[in-house]
Design a protein around this ligand. Structure first.
Ligand SMILES: Nc1ncnc2c1ncn2[C@@H]1O[C@H](COP(=O)(O)OP(=O)(O)OP(=O)(O)O)[C@@H](O)[C@H]1O
Ligand SMILES: [Mg+2]
Length: 223
């Protein structure tokens, strides 16, 4: 379902490329798998997440996501493919003009789900992240941890085939971090492939799963 073959990435343009931030990355991840993505700050975790989320194209190598080879995928097919991927951004990226309920509802509205189903599913997510009382609050009225939990709910609500979570517990206390990891674990048990980038080694110990480890743009551990 995910396969990288000698993938490289640099920011900048083809004529003015920046330095390589990912170099010679090769690994595969079967459908329904779970991987931690670890490594020091600046190692390239978020950059790898952006490739898997199809925000960026590799500068070289082969990238297959949800069984689609990105090098041959047409621009036309990209939005539909991305709608099957849930992403928790390191910086949340909630829409500031939408309240918590409507932020979570976004993927369901894009998929044209009926409003009755949206109300049920978003309600269930709000209960899980313990923010039912904040449903009508806008992001600037929420704490960092509350915004992070809304971002998790939004990524999960559409039951994506692939869930990418970039430091999803960075702003949460231990109790909330464990609760949200259980949610991602549950999604994984239901068949979603999950990749979670984290600095939190104790969280990794609590949820033992294979790790991908990046150092300075290179994969130094796979499994
Ligand atoms: N938009 C960008 N333009 C140019 N360079 C970038 C850009 N984004 C990231 N980089 C560089 O790419 C490298 C990897 O950054 P990345 O954000 O992927 O690291 P990270 O492992 O996610 O770090 P952290 O743990 O701090 O989130 C860094 O050297 C960073 O400066
Ligand atoms: Mg990062």
């Amino acid at each position: 379902m995910i396969r990288l073959e000698s993938v490289g990435l640099h920011y900048g343009t083809a004529s003015r490329p920046g330095p390589l931030v990912l170099e010679d990355i090769s690994f595969s991840l079967p459908a329904g798998g779970f991987r931690w993505l670890q490594g020091p700050s600046g190692a390239g975790k978020s950059s790898l997440m952006r490739l898997l989320h199809l925000e960026l194209r590799p500068s070289g190598g082969q990238l297959v996501v949800l069984d689609n080879d990105i090098n041959v995928l047409s621009r036309h097919d990209l939005p539909a493919l991305r709608r099957r991927i849930g992403m928790v951004f390191q910086d949340f990226r909630l829409l500031q003009h939408l309240n918590a309920f409507d932020n979570i509802a976004l993927p369901l509205r894009l998929a044209k789900a009926p409003e009755k189903l949206i109300a049920e599913d978003v309600g269930e997510m709000l209960r899980w992240v313990e923010l039912t009382k904040k449903a009508s609050h806008f992001p600037p009225e929420l704490s960092g941890g509350e915004q992070q939990r809304i971002a998790i709910a939004r990524a999960v609500v559409g039951r994506p085939r692939l869930l990418l979570a970039d430091e999803p517990t960075g702003n949460l206390d231990d109790t909330q971090a464990l609760r949200q990891m259980r949610l991602l674990g549950e999604l994984n048990r239901l068949g979603t492939t999950v990749v979670v980038a984290t600095h939190n080694d104790s969280l990794v110990e609590r949820f033992p799963n294979p790790s991908l480890r990046l150092e300075d743009g290179r994969l130094v551990q796979n499994g």
